[in-house]
Design a protein around this ligand. Structure first.
Ligand SMILES: Nc1ncnc2c1ncn2[C@@H]1O[C@H](COP(=O)(O)OP(=O)(O)OP(=O)(O)O)[C@@H](O)[C@H]1O
Length: 619
C-alpha cells in the first residue's frame, strides 16, 4: 500500500485530471538530486534567473580576480630579475606593471566581494520564499511533529550556510584552482623547463589534496550527525524535565541518553582530528617536496649556466606563491561540505510533492459530507480506514465516537484533505474534495482540533486570524459568543494580552475557546471539531459548550465527541472501530440496540472515563 506521499505522486501523474499549481515567481529549473553535480550547478538549480545572473557575475569577477592575482604573482619575476641583476633601473616599468595588476586585482576583488554579498542576500531571500511557497502547497499531513524543528533548522542554519557560499567560498575555491594554473601557464613565458617541473608536481599535490579531503569527509559527516543528535537530546532533556522530576527513576535514563549523545559527539570530534592530521601533514610534505624538486632542478640549471641566478630566485619566489592559494582552498573542505549538505536538505524539502490541484475546479452544491467506501493508510501501510461510508446531511451534527486509535481524527483530516484517500472518495456537496482547489476547500471548512495553536500576538490577533479583514466589532462579537470576553476580562492586559507562540499561559479549555471564536469569525459552513478530552473545570466546561452551540448553529458539523451531552445532542452518531463504521443512528436508536454504543453509554454513565475495547483492523 502506497503511503500518502506516494499516493500524491501517483495522483500527480494521472494525465488530464490534475495539474501542478503554477509556480509563482519562482525558478523554473528542475530540482534534481545531487547526483555528484558540482555545487555551483546545484545552487543554480534552486534559484531563479535573476539570482543565476548574479551568481554568474560573481563567478566571472572571481575568475578575473584569480587571473589578475596570477598576473601580479608572475610580474614579480621580471621585477626581481632586474633588481637582482645588473640593471636595477630597468625594474621600474615592471614595478609599475606589477602595481597596476595588484591595483586592478584589488578593485576586482572589491567588486567580487560586494557582488558576492549581494548574491548571498539574494540567495537567502529567494530560498526563504521558495521554501515558504513550497511548504504552503504541501499536504497538511506533511506537517508532523518533527517538521517544526526541521523547518526552523532549514530556514536558519541551512540557508545561512548556503548564503555564505558566493561571499566567502567562491573566492578561495576559484583562486585555489585558477591562480596556480594561471601561474604555471605564465611561468612558461620565463622558463619552460621550470614551468614544466611545476606542472609535473601539480597532479601529486592534487592527489594528496583529494586523499586528505576524503579522509576528513567521512569523519566530518559523522561529526555533523552526532552534533544534530546531541542538540536534539539537549532539547528533549529540557522538555521532559517535568516527567523526569515526577518519576525520579527515569532521571538516570533521561540523563544517560544525553550523556551518550554528548560522548558520541566528543568521540566524533576526536575522530575528525585524527583523520585530519595525516591529511594536513601529507599535504604540507607534498608541497615541500614539490618546492624542493623545483629548487633542486632550478639550481641544477643555474649551475649548468642555462639559467641566471636572479631569474632562478625570482622563479622560486613565484613557485612558493603558487601553492599558497591551493592550501587556502584545501582548508575549506569542511565549509564546502556543510554548505553542500545544507543545499541538499533544501532540495529535499523542495522535492516534496505539492498537493495536486484540479485541472477543472468543480463547484459543490451544498455542504453535505459523504465518505464513499474510503480506504486509507499512513506511510507504515497499516490500513486505518477500510471501506468507511457515511453521509452527513447539510446543517446537521454528526458525532463520531470510537476507541482510541480507531481513526476518528483521520476521518476529520481526510475531509480537510490533509491527505488524499487511497480508495473510494470524500465528497462535499457531491464533489470529490480532490476536484476542489485547496483554497476553495479550506474556505468552506473551520477546523477546531485539540492541539490548538495560538500565534505570537494578542488574543484579538489570534481571533482575527480567522478572517483578517473582519471589523473590530465582528472580532469582539465572535469573542463574546465563544465566551472569550471572560478570559480577556480576567487577564491583566485584557484583549491586548500577549498569548505567545503555542498559547503558553492559557489553559486547554481557554485555548479551545479562542480557537472556537476564530472559527466563528471565519464563518465557514462546515465545522470539524475534536472536543477536548482533558477534563475542564465546570465554568470552562459550560463556556465551551455554549461556544460550541453557537459554532454549530446552521452549519454542517462533524464532532469527534468525548462528552455525553454532545453525543446525545447529535442528529447522527457514528461508531468507528476496526477501520469500519460498526453502528450508526441517533442516540435513542442506538441505545435500543445491543452493541458497542449501548456498551459505551452504560460504561460511560457508570464512570467518568470511557473506553471501547479495540478490535483488530482488517487489512
Ligand atoms: N501521521 C501519522 N502517521 C502514522 N500513523 C498515524 C498518524 N496519525 C495517526 N496514525 C495512526 O493511525 C491510527 C488512527 O489514528 P487517529 O489519530 O485517527 O485515531 P483516533 O481515533 O483519533 O485516536 P484518539 O481518540 O486517541 O485521538 C492510529 O493507530 C495512529 O497511531
Amino acid at each position: 500500500m502506497a503511503g500518502p506521499r506516494a499516493q500524491h505522486r501517483l495522483a500527480a501523474r494521472q494525465p488530464g485530471r490534475v495539474r501542478r499549481r503554477p509556480t509563482r515567481g519562482r525558478a523554473r529549473g528542475p530540482v534534481r538530486g545531487r547526483g555528484g553535480r558540482p555545487m555551483i550547478r546545484q545552487l543554480m538549480s534552486v534559484v531563479g534567473p535573476a539570482e543565476r545572473r548574479l551568481l554568474r557575475k560573481v563567478l566571472a569577477l572571481q575568475v578575473l580576480g584569480a587571473v589578475l592575482q596570477a598576473v601580479a604573482f608572475v610580474l614579480i619575476v621580471p621585477v626581481l630579475e632586474r633588481l637582482l641583476g645588473d640593471e636595477p633601473d630597468q625594474a621600474w616599468p615592471w614595478v609599475w606593471a606589477l602595481a597596476a595588476a595588484a591595483a586592478a586585482q584589488s578593485v576586482v576583488h572589491y567588486w567580487a566581494t560586494k557582488a558576492g554579498f549581494q548574491a548571498g542576500a539574494a540567495l537567502s531571500r529567494v530560498l526563504h520564499h521558495r521554501i515558504g511557497d513550497h511548504v504552503s502547497e504541501l499536504p497538511l499531513g506533511w506537517f508532523g511533529p518533527t517538521r517544526t524543528g526541521e523547518l526552523s533548522t532549514l530556514t536558519t542554519q541551512s540557508v545561512m550556510g548556503i548564503m555564505r557560499v558566493p561571499g566567502y567560498l567562491f573566492r578561495p575555491l576559484i583562486g585555489g584552482l585558477l591562480t596556480p594554473a594561471a601561474v604555471v601557464v605564465l611561468m612558461y613565458l620565463f622558463d619552460w623547463r621550470l614551468a614544466l617541473a611545476a606542472t609535473c608536481t601539480a597532479p601529486f599535490i592534487a592527489v594528496v589534496l583529494r586523499w586528505s579531503t576524503q579522509r576528513t569527509a567521512t569523519a566530518d559527516r559523522l561529526r555533523a550527525g552526532t552534533m544534530t543528535e546531541a542538540a536534539n537530546r539537549v532539547i528533549e532533556y529540557a522538555e521532559v524535565q517535568p516527567v523526569l522530576r515526577a518519576f525520579p527513576g527515569s532521571r538516570a535514563a533521561g540523563g544517560s541518553r544525553l550523556d551518550e549523545a554528548l560522548s558520541a559527539q566528543r568521540d566524533a570530534g576526536r575522530q575528525v582530528m585524527r583523520a585530519g592530521v595525516p591529511g594536513q601533514v601529507g599535504f604540507t610534505l607534498t608541497v615541500q617536496a614539490a618546492f624542493t624538486v623545483i629548487l633542486v632542478y632550478g639550481t641544477y640549471l643555474a649551475l649548468g649556466g642555462s639559467l641566471d641566478v636572479p631569474e632562478l630566485l625570482a622563479l622560486l619566489v613565484l613557485a612558493a606563491r603558487f601553492v599558497e592559494p591551493m592550501a587556502e582552498a584545501a582548508n575549506l573542505g569542511s565549509a564546502l561540505r556543510s554548505a553542500s549538505a545544507a543545499l541538499a536538505r533544501v532540495q529535499r524539502v523542495l522535492a516534496e510533492e505539492p498537493l495536486p490541484e484540479p485541472e477543472h475546479p468543480a463547484h459543490p452544491a451544498g455542504t453535505d459530507i459523504e465518505f464513499d467506501a474510503v480506504e486509507f493508510a499512513y506511510d507504515n501501510g497499516r490500513k486505518v480506514l477500510d471501506g468507511v461510508g457515511f453521509r452527513i446531511p447539510e446543517h446537521t451534527m454528526t458525532a463520531l465516537i470510537g476507541p482510541s486509535g480507531s481513526g476518528k481524527t483521520t476521518v476529520a483530516r481526510l475531509i480537510a484533505r490533509f491527505w488524499d484517500v487511497h480508495g473510494g472518495a470524500v465528497r462535499i456537496g457531491g464533489v470529490d474534495v480532490r476536484e476542489l482547489p485547496a483554497e476553495d476547500l479550506m474556505s468552506r471548512i473551520s477546523v477546531v482540533f485539540q492541539d490548538v495553536y495560538l500565534f505570537e500576538g494578542t488574543i484579538e490577533d489570534n481571533i482575527r486570524a480567522g478572517r483578517p479583514e473582519a471589523t473590530d466589532e465582528e472580532v469582539r462579537r465572535a469573542a463574546t459568543l465563544a465566551r472569550v470576553d471572560e478570559i480577556a476580562a480576567r487577564l491583566p492586559g485584557g484583549w491586548s494580552t500577549q498569548v505567545g507562540a503555542g498559547g503558553a499561559g492559557l489553559s486547554g479549555g481557554e485555548r479551545q475557546r479562542i480557537s472556537i471564536a476564530r472559527a466563528l469569525l471565519k464563518d465557514a459552513p462546515i465545522v470539524l471539531l475534536d472536543e477536548a478530552t482533558s477534563s475542564l473545570d465546570p465554568a470552562n466546561e459550560r463556556a465551551v459548550q455554549e461556544a460550541l452551540s453557537e459554532l454549530t448553529r446552521d452549519r454542517t458539523l462533524l464532532v469527534i465527541a468525548h462528552r455525553l451531552q454532545t453525543v446525545r445532542a447529535a442528529d447522527q452518531i457514528l461508531v468507528l472501530d476496526g477501520g469500519h463504521i460498526v453502528q450508526r443512528g441517533t442516540h435513542d436508536e442506538l441505545i435500543a440496540q445491543e452493541g458497542r454504543y449501548a456498551d459505551f453509554w452504560a460504561e460511560r454513565s457508570r464512570s467518568r472515563g470511557w473506553r471501547l475495547a479495540k478490535t483488530p483492523v482488517a487489512n
